[in-house]
Design a protein around this ligand. Structure first.
Ligand SMILES: Cc1ncc(COP(=O)(O)O)c(C=O)c1O
Length: 431
């Protein structure tokens, strides 16, 4: 039978500075590892499963990438597909997390079990992205949309000039929100070319006084991705990137940025968690009107535990980080992503115009692949027929139409191969 655990709040942790958070990891040692098997009466849930769940050890890393026949290939732009082994691991731990006698959803965010979860998530993310020690990692809420306001509120004064590069809908939204909190200027916009390009950095007319330069590293709707990054002209300028849709899809030199933010729900977890990686010297100067929940200083000083964080989402992100490390880290992850993107773009480019991708080749996104059909009247049928083959969420964003295949980290190669085979088949039928 289970024995009760000591779950006294670790309030002292709240008074540590953000960088000491990782120096004193809370080690949680499960004391009752067999509890699920001895006391859990399983409830029978009817589902379409045709395969047996894989077995997992409770404390080993998640298993390698896999795909079961009872799951669809989900090409949604976000919330998006998650690694199957991570879902199974979460499933196995849902009812009783590692012998603690409770689900992660039921834990106090100040108890030692959850502290061990958030610390491990942060530490694994730091390893994955090689985040320098002078940066804080914050697990926040409100989505990347909230960061459109939080960024200017935290890192500039209301009359500071800032530069924005607008390469699609998301960077446009970031610019519009910034107008409320500083003096942003669009120094390049791809709007007139339907957001199919990234500018050459030499042509940028940067304001040498701009406090920061904002980019969206990957435009989820338009499928354009920065392959390298501009440097702010202002020597003290800060490069800020919305990396929501290519976060952890490849290695990134974090030291080039003052601030990176990303919603989790594309590559690293469920919706509800927003990750901010911010250089410490940029913390602590928020504008006076900044709501407490948007002030990075509050969150950094409290190790993302100022108020109740999205605990379960952070736990899921932690499992994904473990999985990415298990795959060999972001260098290996990028190789897989590159391969998936290459075979899909190749299928489009070799279709003699039957399929088309409007994005300039050198900046095509490895994550979101928009494409259209020459015979646009067939697009509805394409999406419907694909769904019949268990390939779902291929409809393009309502603002651009056509199709879009989001092929984030967790989309297996098999999913892209199946889509490509389907496209060839569809073309043979309709050309
Ligand atoms: C690049 C990018 N930035 C920002 C957002 C907005 O994120 P959220 O809905 O989490 O606020 C999205 C959402 O899809 C996105 O793709």
């Amino acid at each position: 039978m289970a024995t009760s655990m000591t779950t006294s709040p670790q309030t002292h942790l709240l008074h540590q500075t953000h960088n000491s958070f990782l120096k004193t990891p809370t080690t949680f040692t499960p004391t009752i590892s067999l509890r699920t098997t001895t006391t859990f009466k399983p409830i029978s849930i009817q589902c379409a499963a045709t395969t047996q769940p894989q077995t997992h050890t409770h404390d080993g890393p998640p298993q390698a990438q896999s795909h079961s026949s009872d799951r669809v290939f989900n090409f949604a732009a976000g919330p998006a597909t998650l690694p199957e082994n991570v879902l199974r691991r979460a499933q196995s731990e849902l009812y009783n997390w590692r012998g603690s006698g409770m689900s992660v959803m039921e834990m106090s965010h100040r108890g030692k079990e959850f502290l061990s979860i958030i610390q491990k998530a942060e530490s694994d993310l730091r390893t994955l992205l090689e985040i320098p020690t002078e940066y804080s990692v914050l697990f926040l809420q409100g989505g990347a949309t909230t960061q459109f306001a939080a960024v200017p509120l935290n890192i500039c004064k209301s009359d500071d000039a800032v530069d924005h590069i607008v390469t699609g809908s998301w960077s446009d939204k970031a610019f519009k929100e910034a107008q409320k909190y500083c003096k942003p200027n669009v120094i390049w916009s791809g709007k007139s070319e339907k957001y199919t390009k990234i500018p050459s950095f030499d042509d940028l007319k940067q304001n040498p006084e701009a406090r920061f330069l904002h980019i969206c590293a990957n435009e989820t709707i338009h499928g354009v991705e920065f392959k390298n990054y501009p440097t702010p002209k202002n020597q003290n300028g800060i490069l800020v990137a919305d990396m929501s849709s290519n976060f952890c899809s490849k290695p990134v030199d974090v030291s080039k940025f003052g601030l990176i933010y990303a919603g989790a729900q594309k590559n690293v977890g469920p919706s509800g968690v927003t990750i901010v990686i911010v250089r410490n010297d940029l913390i602590g100067n928020a504008q006076g009107l900044t709501p407490v929940m948007l002030d990075y200083k509050i969150h950094a000083e409290n190790n993302s535990l100022y108020n109740t964080p999205p605990c379960y989402g952070i736990y899921m992100c932690g499992l994904v980080f473990e999985d990415l490390l298990e795959q060999g880290g972001l260098v290996e992850v990028e190789k897989k992503n590159r391969k998936k993107a290459e075979i899909l773009y190749q299928a489009i480019d070799e279709s003699n115009g039957f399929f088309r991708c409007p994005v300039e080749k050198s900046v095509r996104s490895f994550m979101n692949v928009p494409f259209t059909l020459e015979k646009s009247e067939l697009e509805g049928e394409f999406i419907k027929e694909a769904a019949k083959e268990n390939m779902v969420q291929l409809k393009g964003h309502r603002s651009v139409g056509g199709m879009r295949a989001s092929i984030y980290n967790a989309m297996p190669l098999a999913g892209v191969e199946k889509l490509v085979a389907f496209m060839k088949d569809f073309q043979a039928k309709h050309a």
